[in-house]
Design a protein around this ligand. Structure first.
Ligand SMILES: NC(=O)c1ccc[n+]([C@@H]2O[C@H](COP(=O)([O-])OP(=O)(O)OC[C@H]3O[C@@H](n4cnc5c(N)ncnc54)[C@H](O)[C@@H]3O)[C@@H](O)[C@H]2O)c1
Length: 389
């Protein structure tokens, strides 16, 4: 199956039913041809579920079937608030319970790999929060299993679906900036204080924050060929709500350089130890957080890539900076799972691909390897590019 294209829905339904029968799976494992909506199960009812669930609840392609959390009160609370009929305390009970088609995985970063694989083994489609897995190797196995099982997996972030990303990609493709040379991106704040997984092994500001800039820059400039990087821990202990003081293991400060094709170099800075005078409010951020320099032009994304407010362009011929796409339309960073459901229900292609998520994961892995070894690290993965043609 070509994972860059959506599954033809009827084809999937028929193929799924046939495979299900051949494997002796319960009839309810596959989507039924009569379904007009995608049955969704949400696992992880913490902070980010408060952004996802309202969007999913309004999505015309979604029927919220179940919620799950290892802290059962959280599942109960979200089930009540969003009128979800079933709630479970673990993935085993969820998979054995009310049938659903798409798992939306909003759990701790380190749990994604295991839960994504378990859901795919049970022939569920998956939308995962980032990261898609804890390592490139494990992520590739998850994708291979998804292909084998005839299901889709996608992972956050969703910014390549924003109108600002589309405009930037088109501007670069048209050659408006001339020969490209360099790009910079940064995203940081003081770090979350509600869960310790952000600071444990497999957590860190790279998979939580840098992942946005890495997705945008590789999405705009193409797959990276190698990485040179440094990371550090600036704040060695943290106070976490309801837990108290913890020791920080994962990086809370990172800078990396990516080598793209034709000599283009990009730089990403991210951290959990930064004072941000604008707070962590996307509305208030009006800086260029993504800056791209070409031989004859400059382009800056206004605001964060996950909450963009416009794109400024200046060229040698027209040096007065001009603002484009000041409106993000319907785009919201938390809409990825709804887009996945829409793609399953309507066969509408998604620009978000698992191959891109895996490439970004490899950049993160290479960043840590570069810090550990002091070396430049070559990359092996790639993805379909350009994303917007
Ligand atoms: N909070 C945000 O603003 C935000 C924004 C974008 C992305 N994210 C991403 O969302 C994910 C979750 O972050 P969060 O801030 O919501 O964390 P959180 O700690 O608030 O919520 C995670 C929830 O998952 C549950 N959980 C953990 N392991 C589980 C398991 N095996 N089975 C069932 N439930 C399990 C926890 O009990 C918790 O309720 C992370 O990948 C994070 O990077 C968070």
């Amino acid at each position: 199956m070509d994972h860059s294209k959506p599954i033809d829905r009827r084809g999937f339904l028929e193929a799924g039913a046939a495979v299900g029968t051949a494997l002796g799976l319960a009839a309810d494992v596959a989507l039924s041809a009569e379904q007009t909506t995608v049955r969704v199960g949400v696992i992880g009812c913490g902070s980010v579920s408060r952004a996802y669930l309202p969007h999913l609840a309004q999505c015309p392609y979604v029927k919220l079937v179940s919620v799950c959390d290892i802290i059962p009160e959280r599942a109960k609370q979200q089930a009540e608030e969003y009128k979800v009929p079933n709630q479970y305390p673990n993935i085993d009970a969820m998979l054995a319970g009310a049938p659903f088609d798409l798992l939306v995985n909003l759990t701790d970063m380190q749990e994604h790999e295991r839960l994504n694989m378990q859901a795919i083994e049970a022939r569920k489609h998956v939308w995962s929060e980032k990261p898609i897995a804890n390592s490139l190797d494990a992520g590739q196995k998850i994708l291979a299993t998804a292909i084998e099982k005839g299901v889709h997996i996608w992972a956050a972030p969703a910014m390549v679906a924003s109108p600002q990303f589309a405009f930037m990609a088109k501007t670069l493709a048209e050659g408006t900036l001339g020969r490209l040379a360099a790009a910079h991106a940064d995203y940081g704040h003081g770090g979350p204080n509600w869960s310790k997984f952000f600071y444990e092994e497999g957590g860190g500001s790279l998979p939580d924050l840098a992942v946005y800039n890495l997705t945008t820059l590789t999405g705009l400039l193409g797959p990276a060929k190698s990485v040179v990087a440094m990371t550090s821990v600036i704040t060695p202990t943290r106070d976490i709500r309801d837990i108290g003081e913890i020791h920080v293991v994962a990086e809370d400060n990172a800078m990396l350089l990516m080598e793209h094709a034709a000599g283009v170099i990009s730089h990403v800075q991210s951290g959990f130890s930064y004072f941000n005078p604008r707070g962590h409010d996307g509305e208030k951020e009006q800086r260029h957080t993504i800056r791209i320099n070409g031989h004859s032009g400059y382009m800056g994304l206004v605001g964060y890539d996950w909450d963009p407010h416009g794109v400024d362009v200046a060229t040698r011929e027209a040096p007065a900076q001009k603002r484009f796409v000041p409106d993000k339309g319907a785009f919201l960073w938390e809409m990825g799972a709804s887009l996945a459901a829409e793609s399953l229900a309507t066969n509408k292609p998604l620009l978000i691909t698992p191959e891109h998520a895996l490439h970004v994961l490899e950049v993160i892995q290479a960043t840590r390897e570069s810090q550990a070894t002091g070396r430049r690290v070559p990359l092996t993965s790639t993805f379909k590019w350009p994303i917007v043609s």
